[in-house]
Design a protein around this ligand. Sequence first.
Ligand code: ADP
Ligand code: MG
Length: 283
Amino acid sequence: MLETVTNIEDVLAERPRDQTGKGRIDIRDVSVTFGKGRSSHRAVESTRLQIEPGEFVCLLGPSGCGKSTLLNAVAGFIPPTMGEVLIDGEEITEPGPDRGMVFQQYSLFPWKSVRENVAFGPLLAGHSRNEAISTANTFLNMVGLAGFADRFPDELSGGMKQRVGIARALANYPSVFLMDEPFGALDAQTRVMMQENLLKIWAQFGNTVLFVTHDVDEAIFLADRVLVMSASPGRIIADFPVELERPRDVEMATGAEFIAIKKRCIEAIRAETLKAFEQQNMK
Ligand code: ADP
Ligand code: MG
């Protein structure tokens, strides 16, 4: 069942846009190696990347190339083996409420209602119960799940769970929003709706978004910049600016500019996917 997401502008109009100028990501020569000795595996290779406050950046690359690992290093879940990640000049050593994360898997508390799941972050941050519930209601309304606030995660479809995950991450008003293939499990219609709504939320918040996806169209539709990652160990091998006007419209996907960027992305990814295949065959 699909509830439409309505009046995001109204919902957000009550909230100050206080993220402006915040959310600079500085990835300085980050490498991540898992394990030690002969069985060690380098997932991310000396990656250097700067993302400006308010930028929407998509990270594309073949499966297993290290996209999630890099995102987790920015989130503070995985410490870099070498190098460092800075947010607004501060080195990241652990997860924090300034970074909202939406995972591939739905990571909701199964024993809490949908509303309690979303209210959890604001409560943890010290807001009163009333405030936390009000914030939860606001964001559930935004993702079209106001009518499901009293349900439990097990009673929801995968797509709905993912929308709760998005509401939960937004409820902390993060200056950096980290998304790991968040719409991969959604049906095509819901997916387009979520993409459009994410762009509306982003336009209003002005937060920085680092978004991992396999889907070239999704990356171009959303991003200011599309980064292509190499086969394992992952490095950023291409950085394509997307200068399509905003607000974006699904019709743009058939335009010449869109198709030209898509071609460049596909060529870069194809070369990397072939390399990844060859590497796997040699193992
Ligand atoms: P992607 O998200 O691009 O598909 P990942 O970042 O998940 O890739 O993984 C990159 C590589 O690192 C893969 O070869 C994966 O098996 C390996 N890897 C990821 N997490 C771990 C871990 N916790 N321990 C060991 N190896 C890991
Ligand atoms: Mg991944």
